[in-house]
Design a protein around this ligand. Structure first.
Ligand code: XUL
Ligand code: CO
Length: 437
């Protein structure tokens, strides 16, 4: 513990909705019970090391702006270790119970694999000690298989076998370090697992290779006794033109095609959902219905910009939808709400990291309470149940039970004539939701 990265910032306290202190929680009280469970347990907030500690806030038109006085800007192991103290000071003052990292966020890439692995071990020593001291835990770890130039055409889907091998070796080490640090999960986001043009691509072979990489990782997970969850994170494009894990449905299809369902669930991210042309609620519903909703990368995109802007979520309507889906699946277990989000380039001071995360946590606290109230109220669920009630008996029940033939349906229709329907009442339901917001 060093406690010198954010000298002017105290531990962020819950002060309630009437507080005018921007460095306080207005709604997130980690001990407050909602439906018998504390907010801390409901949300399982995580800080993304790559954004909070490593993102210089550059954009396609300009370099980094972030002021990070604890960072000497070098690629040394010592600097990486110093950063860990700043990270834990930040997370402790914020009150975040979890963090997530890529291997190359926490430790530098060195001259060769052995040196990089040794650097990762040396930083993991400090991570382990700081976790122990603070009680902050690792939600999930991952390997960065997209930044280094060797991965310019992918890792698991690279046309070059040596690149596949290098990527697999990196996953092996990242998994072992995640295991050593007691990680509750491990995420696969295929940054460049896709294509830029189909003219030069053997898609079938690339998908076979991607599945082979996952199978090897599952085998290794079992070998080292890692009990954490494996997640696959959908994203439709960027950096690739098309990424194979394009959305929840595509990921589920891929997992089923290669017999990997049951081994991996999904880590869903709001900005990825919207890039795929879906809402986050849609992606969550697809995953939940498949029993495959694992974890969440909590952020939001900018509708006017159109790329992956990774902004902090502040929209209460969005956090309400997310928490409705989370509550309806019975809550997060191994997963959490990881803020895969960065400050705007204009928000370059260290204190902005606090404002950003506080806002996200407060927005989710409100979303949780609203979602709980909507479910408790019961009118929404009753409406949906009633809407499908014609399938509860008679011909509907027979259809669901698979007891009818086409002839039965023909006879039924001849006998009953033109069906009647009822209004979907979308506006009434939207008004009902707004009663709670
Ligand atoms: C990239 C992204 C990643 C994954 C982890 O868009 O979301 O940071 O969450 O590799
Ligand atoms: Co993400």
């Amino acid at each position: 513990m060093r406690n010198d990265a954010f000298p002017d910032i105290p531990k962020i306290a819950f002060e309630g909705a009437s507080s005018r202190n921007p460095l306080s929680f207005k709604h997130y009280d980690e001990n407050e019970l909602v439906g018998g469970k504390s907010m801390k347990e409901h949300m399982r907030f995580g800080v993304a090391y790559w954004h909070a500690m490593r993102n210089g806030l550059s954009d396609p038109f300009g370099g980094p702006t972030a002021q990070r006085p604890w960072d000497d800007g070098s690629n040394s192991v010592e600097n990486a270790q110093n950063r860990v103290y700043a990270a834990f000071e930040f997370m402790e003052k914020l009150g975040a119970p979890y963090y997530c990292f890529h291997d190359r966020d926490v430790a530098p890439e060195c001259n060769n694999l052995e040196e990089s692995n040794a650097a990762l071990d040396a930083v993991a020593d400090v991570l382990e000690a700081e976790q122990k001291r603070s009680g902050i835990k690792l939600l999930w770890g991952t390997a960065c298989l997209f930044s280094h130039e060797r991965y310019n055409q992918g890792a698991g889907t690279s046309p070059f076998a040596d690149v596949f091998a290098y990527g697999a070796a990196q996953v092996k080490k990242a998994l072992e370090v995640t295991h050593r640090l007691g990680g509750e999960g491990y995420t696969f986001w295929g940054g460049r697992e896709g294509y830029s043009t189909l003219w030069n691509t053997d898609m079938k072979r690339e998908l076979d290779h991607l599945a082979a990489l996952l199978k090897l990782a599952i085998e290794h997970k079992k070998k080292i006794g890692f009990k954490g969850a494996f997640y696959i994170e959908p994203k439709p494009r960027e950096p690739s033109t098309h990424q194979y894990d394009s959305d929840a449905a595509a990921c589920l299809n891929f997992l089923r095609e290669y017999g990997l369902e049951g081994e991996l669930t999904l880590n869903l991210e709001t900005n990825h959902a919207t890039l795929a042309g879906h809402t986050m609620m849609h992606e969550m519903r697809v995953a939940r219905d498949a029993g495959a909703l694992g974890s969440i990368d909590a952020n939001t995109g900018d509708e006017l910009i159109g790329w992956d802007t990774d902004q902090f979520p502040t929209d209460i309507y969005l956090t309400t939808q997310i928490m409705v889906e989370v509550l309806k699946m019975g809550g997060l277990t191994t997963g959490g709400l990881n803020f895969d989000a960065k400050c705007r380039r204009e928000s370059f001071e260290p204190v902005d990291l606090f404002h950003a995360h506080i806002g996200g946590m407060d927005a989710f606290a409100r979303g949780l309470k609203i979602a709980h109230a909507i479910i408790e109220d019961g009118r929404l669920d009753k409406f949906v149940d009633d809407r499908y009630s014609s399938f509860n008996s008679g011909i509907g029940a027979d259809i669901e039970a698979g007891k009818v033939t086409m002839e039965d349906l023909h006879d039924h229709t001849v006998k009953n004539g033109e069906p009647t329907t009822k209004s979907g009442r979308q506006e009434m339901i939207e008004n009902l939701i707004n009663e709670f917001i």
